[in-house]
Design a protein around this ligand. Structure first.
Ligand code: SAH
Length: 349
């Protein structure tokens, strides 16, 4: 079996520089090549017109430039586009373009499948197969950026790491993808337009605060009571609310950014006055905003969206302590593209 060639983008700039210096090339080639492979998403060494032909051939022999392929595109009646994206090894992830009046948001995946077991999430039914590398994450953004221009004649404005997988469990690759999305030789997007959403892994949240790539953090909270959260999100046993609170205070201290709590309200699960009280208390302790997400059914009878009156009670109680709580309307439900519905339903593999 012939060895699979490495994607040239998997090299760090330092490694690429060393490789080129060893070939006797000048250092400025690093920047030239980085611009081709990142900013221009060039997939073919022969197109690199400012690189000498003999070097192009050497690069071609040594490296590949992997491509992702949208092999299933679905459009929702609300304009949302869901892409089934095939990776170079045939694995499939999903990424979603979400258009609203003011924004076009890319919701991207960071892992094939997921190792967590949140009971309300369809992706949890897929085993975690592997991490995406930085270029596969980056290429999802490029694809959606092109779709925004093609289908909507508008620019991509926001990126959320809320697709399949847990971004903080694929930390190095997620960080590198953010670096390239925001870099001048990459997409040059503002970091404040990027949000990383986590299930809540305290240690990694602190590391993220230390590295501070200047993007936003969202925490899928759903309950501020350990005894409730444990029953729907088993990760709570090793990462209880107290640890999350401490990590979020650390995050705020390092970044001066409020965390966004993502919160679905279900009948009989987190719709009691104690549940509201616990969230209010946490919001008093941690600088935060709350996004109340509509529940997207995944076929589990235990989960039903709470009554509107309860949602209003939550919003009023948070309003009283000056915390902004917005209800996020679900998008793309008809094509299983909404939060928690990504499950490779149409994929052959
Ligand atoms: N692993 C990360 C990112 C993926 S989930 C995380 O846990 O944050 C993205 C968001 O969708 C999370 O807030 C998650 O809790 C939410 N979600 C999962 N299943 C859902 C469902 N069925 N309906 C609504 N939101 C859901």
């Amino acid at each position: 079996m012939s060895a699979v060639k490495k994607d040239i983008r998997s090299l760090s700039p330092d490694h690429l520089k060393q490789y080129l210096l060893d070939l006797g090339e000048p250092a400025f080639r690093v920047r030239q090549i980085e611009e081709w492979v990142w900013r221009r998403s060039c997939k073919d060494f022969s197109e690199m017109s400012n690189i000498p032909k003999d070097l192009r051939e050497k690069l071609e022999d040594a490296f590949s430039i992997h491509q992702i392929i949208v092999d299933d595109l679905q459009r929702s009646t609300d304009g949302t586009i869901k892409n089934g994206v095939k990776l170079h090894d045939g694995r499939v992830v999903e990424s979603v373009l979400i258009p609203t009046d003011k924004r076009i948001t890319a919701c991207i995946s960071s892992q094939v499948g997921c190792s967590l077991d949140c009971h309300f999430c369809a992706t949890a039914n897929l085993p975690r197969m592997r991490n995406l590398n930085a270029e596969e994450i980056y290429d999802q953004v490029v694809t959606i950026k092109q779709q925004a221009e093609h289908y909507f004649q508008r620019p991509l404005t926001n990126i959320v790491y809320m697709g399949m997988g847990e971004p903080l469990l694929n930390y190095a690759n997620v960080l590198k993808s953010i670096d390239k999305i925001t870099a001048d030789e990459g997409l040059n997007m503002a970091a404040r337009r990027i949000t990383v959403s986590t299930v809540g892994i305290a240690k990694m949240m602190k590391k993220f605060a230390d590295d501070n790539p200047r993007c936003n953090l969202a925490l899928s909270l759903h309950s501020a009571r350990n005894e409730v959260r444990e029953t729907i999100m088993p990760i709570t046993k090793s990462n209880p609310i107290e640890l999350l609170r401490e990590a979020l205070l650390y995050w705020y201290q390092k970044t001066e950014k409020k965390v966004t709590f993502e919160y679905v309200i279900w009948k009989g699960i987190n719709d009691a006055p104690e549940d509201i009280k616990a969230l209010v208390k946490l919001c008093q302790q941690v600088p935060s905003k709350v996004n109340i997400i509509e529940y997207n059914p995944i076929g589990d009878e235990r989960f039903k969206m709470a009554d509107k009156a309860v949602i209003d009670n939550y919003i009023n109680a948070l309003g009283e302590i000056g915390v902004v709580a917005k209800v996020r309307q679900s998008r793309g439900q008809d094509i299983d593209a909404a939060c928690g519905q990504l499950a490779n339903k149409n994929a052959a593999s």
